[in-house]
Each structure stands twice: as C-alpha cells, then as structure tokens.
Write a protein that binds this ligand. Structure first.
Ligand code: ADP
Length: 430
C-alpha cells in the first residue's frame, strides 16, 4: 500500500514539476492547468481500472479479462489466483461429494437421511425402491407422509431406536424390511434399511420344519405309548397281544423311515458338491426295475424304456436315492393293475430320467408345493403307503445339486409323470 502512495505522490510531484516552468514562463493559469491535467490523468487511469474491477466482480471468471495496469496489475493478479484456487477447491469438493453420493448409491442397504423434523434430505436408489420414494420430488417432504404405515409412524415418533423395526411393506406384501434409525450430527437421523425377506423366509421355514418334524414323530410315539400302557394295564390274550405288537412295529418303522429320510436330506444338504464319478445308468435302471418289482409284489406292470445309451456324471448314492424315490412313489400311488414306466434317454443336448404311472394323479394346485418338506396331498393315504413326506424334497435337492430340473405333469385319475432333466455337461457316452 505504501508503494502505491509513494507512486501517487511522485506522479503528483512530476505534474507539479512540469506545471512550475509553464506557470512561471507562460501564465499562472497555464501552470495550474498542466498540474490539474496531470492529476486528472492519474484519476482517469485509476477510475478505468476500478470500473474494470467493478464489472468483473459482478460475474467473476477465471480468464485474462482480469488484467490490470500499473499498480492495479498486482491487485488483479492476486484476485485472479485467489479465484482460481477457490474454483479448484470447489471442484475438488464437488468431486468428493459426488463420490460420497455414489458410495451411498452403491450400498445394497437403503439409506435415508432425515432432519430433526423427519424431512427427507437424501435417500439412495435402494431406499427409493424399498419405500417407494422418489428423491427428485420427495426431498424436503416429511417421510411419514410418504411411508404411512402406523407401525413406522409410531416407531419414528417413539424416539426409542434401541431395536430395529421389522416392517412388512404395503407395496409388495412379501417384502420384509428391517429399519435401523441412527441419530447423527446432533438431531439428524440416518435410516438404514435392510431387506430381510430371505432371512425371514428361512426363519419361518426353520420354525415350520421343527414343528413338522415334532408333529410327524409325535404321532407314532403317541400310538406306541398308548399300546404300551394298554399292555401294561390290561390282560390281553396272545392273539390280541400279537396284533398290538404288530402295530407297534409298524409305528417304529414309520419313525425309523422319517429319521432315515431326515438324515439323507441333511447329509445331502451339508455334503460338498457331488463328485463327478461316472454313474452307470444301465445298471441303475436295472436295479430300479428290480426294486419296483419287489415293492409292487406283482400288482403292477413295470416297463423299462431305454436304448441303453449315455451315463451321468455325479454322485451315485444321491442319484439312486432321487430316482428310487420317484419309482417308489409311482408304485405306491398307483392302484393294483396299473402300469409304471421307467425311461432313460440321453443325447448330446442332455438327458432325461422319467417315471410315468397310471396312478391316482395329482390336482394341479398341489404340484408347485410337492417338493416342500412334509407336504402331502393326502396325509392319510401317504401314511398308509408308508410315505414320510420327504421323498420329493430329497429328489429336488439331489437333482439341483446335479443342475437337473424336476418336471412334474399329472392328471387326477389318469396318472403322473416325474421327469429329471440333466444338462449336457452332466451326460457322458453319447
Ligand atoms: P410321501 O412320502 O408322502 O410320498 P413325497 O415327498 O415323496 O412324500 O411326495 C409328496 C406327495 O406327492 C405325496 O404325499 C403324494 O401325495 C404326492 N405324490 C408323489 N408322487 C406321486 C405319484 N406318482 N402319484 C400321485 N401322487 C404322488
């Protein structure tokens, strides 16, 4: 600043130095005129630069329009650098913010930021889908106006967020969300939303399974205990005693089959991916025929259809268990005089193992649920036929471990066809 002042004083002295001889030799007024001209020129110069600065300050841009003259050049230069630094910092900050937003968007959990009055500040795409929000239009709206389920409104109003809220969404009935509210930055709130539909389903399946197993085992156990008490309390003759013992053996075998099927299911579930041994299908089909004939005891005609081509790559015990269940079902659910056809076809496109019967058939509404554990169309009939309700669950599991699909076609009163379709990658020798 002092250098500017010295400069201004020097210029004024220069003007005075020029004005003095003119005033002395020409006229006083001419001397004053030269002095005023000098000062005026100086003022005009500063005013011009000031006007430029004033113009630039209205819309600051970082370019050469900010160039000054003389003492102004230093001022303009500093402003230019300051503006440039500021813009670089702003660009960096913008980049960092957009990266943070991108990270928020990449989260698989939903995130909603709320202010102290529960107005929406931000939400990511996952939260938009989970809660049906549209951030473009919903920013600044109270979240409880958009998610109106009473349990959600009450939870947010309770101010007690020690436990998450489990919410079944109204939009799609089958979605279950777990909502955590985390206070941050004083009175703001971060809502973290997890989709727990799958975990909830597994939990329900586990509970149902335990209930089913208990029920399935309790029934024969109750019968067994009843007979035992009767035999203990009442004198019965030898024939009656033999009849009771026969029925008790039936119930014990039933329990044994259930436990055996449960063990098979659990061993398939916990086993590593099936080995890739070559499974000799001609041998297996022959064994299945013999098993079917033994189970049928001459009540059905058992037909085999195969050109003997092709084998499978996989685990023999698992495949035998799956095919064996299909064959046993066909025999068990086909009345005397019916036919059971076992077929095996393989080519370069893939392979199909199928069991077709002329049995009681299945109503279409039951078909999607047949492979659920303990699902039975007719509980009494299954029990009489020695079924456990786990056979098709074992089949589905074993097949899916071999990337095979189970196709079920059935017409009540006409018969059923259960086909296991294997991809080409599992077929050898064609
Ligand atoms: P189960 O031990 O009761 O046979 P599965 O899981 O093997 O249990 O089969 C489930 C249900 O599917 C059976 O209870 C039966 O109602 C039906 N089912 C299976 N196979 C046949 C078939 N070939 N014909 C008619 N119904 C069948």
């Amino acid at each position: 600043m002092s250098s500017q002042l010295i400069r201004a004083v020097l210029l004024a002295l220069l003007a005075a130095l020029l004005a003095l001889p003119v005033g002395y030799f020409v006229a006083h007024w001419a001397g004053w005129a030269v002095f005023c001209c000098g000062l005026g020129l100086q003022l005009a110069f500063h005013f011009r630069n000031f006007a430029r600065l004033e113009r630039w300050s209205r819309s600051p841009v970082v370019d050469s329009s900010l160039e000054g003259e003389g003492a102004w050049d230093g001022v303009f230069g500093r402003l230019y650098r300051h503006e440039k630094d500021l813009r670089t910092k702003l660009a960096q900050r913008d980049h960092e913010i957009s990266m943070l937003i991108a990270a928020g968007q990449a989260l698989t959990d939903g995130v909603v930021l709320l202010d102290a009055n529960n107005l929406i500040l931000f939400c990511n795409t996952t939260a938009e889908m989970q809660l049906g929000l549209v951030i473009r239009t919903d920013r600044g709206q109270p979240v409880v106006n958009l998610v109106r389920q009473p349990e959600f409104v009450n939870y947010l109003g309770s101010n007690d967020f020690s436990r998450p809220l489990t919410l079944r969404t109204e939009r799609s009935e089958d979605r279950v969300l777990s909502i955590f509210v985390i206070p941050y930055a004083g009175d703001r709130r971060l809502m973290q939303i997890k989709d727990v539909t799958q975990t909830d389903l597994l939990d329900r399946m586990r509970r149902d399974f335990v209930a089913n197993v208990s029920h399935e085992l309790r029934t024969p156990l109750t019968v067994l205990a009843g007979f035992l008490e009767t035999l203990q309390e009442i004198e019965v003759d030898r024939d009656e005693q033999a009849r009771y013992l026969g029925m008790m053996i039936d119930q014990s075998r039933r329990m044994e089959s259930i436990v055996q099927d449960l063990l098979t299911l659990s061993s398939i579930e916990s086993a590593p991916p099936p080995e890739s041994e070559i499974v000799d299908m001609a041998n297996i089909v022959d064994k299945l025929r013999r098993d079917a004939e033994a189970l049928s005891a001459g009540r059905h005609s058992i037909v085999i259809e195969t050109d003997g081509q092709g084998d499978l790559r996989g685990s023999e015990p698992e495949l035998v268990s799956a095919f064996g269940n299909l064959v046993a079902n066909a025999v068990r659910y086909t009345p005397t005089g019916g036919r059971v056809r076992i077929s095996w076809r393989a080519n370069t496109q893939g392979a199909e193992f199928a069991v077709q019967d002329t049995g009681i058939g299945i109503d279409a509404k039951h078909i999607p649920r047949l492979t659920e554990r303990f699902y039975r169309v007719d509980r009494g009939r299954s029990r009489d036929a020695g079924g456990t309700g786990l056979g098709l669950a074992i089949v589905k599991h074993s097949l899916s471990r071999h990337q095979a699909l189970l196709d079920i076609k059935s017409t009540p009163g006409v018969g059923s066809r259960f086909a296991a379709r294997f991809p080409a990658s599992r077929v050898v020798g064609v």
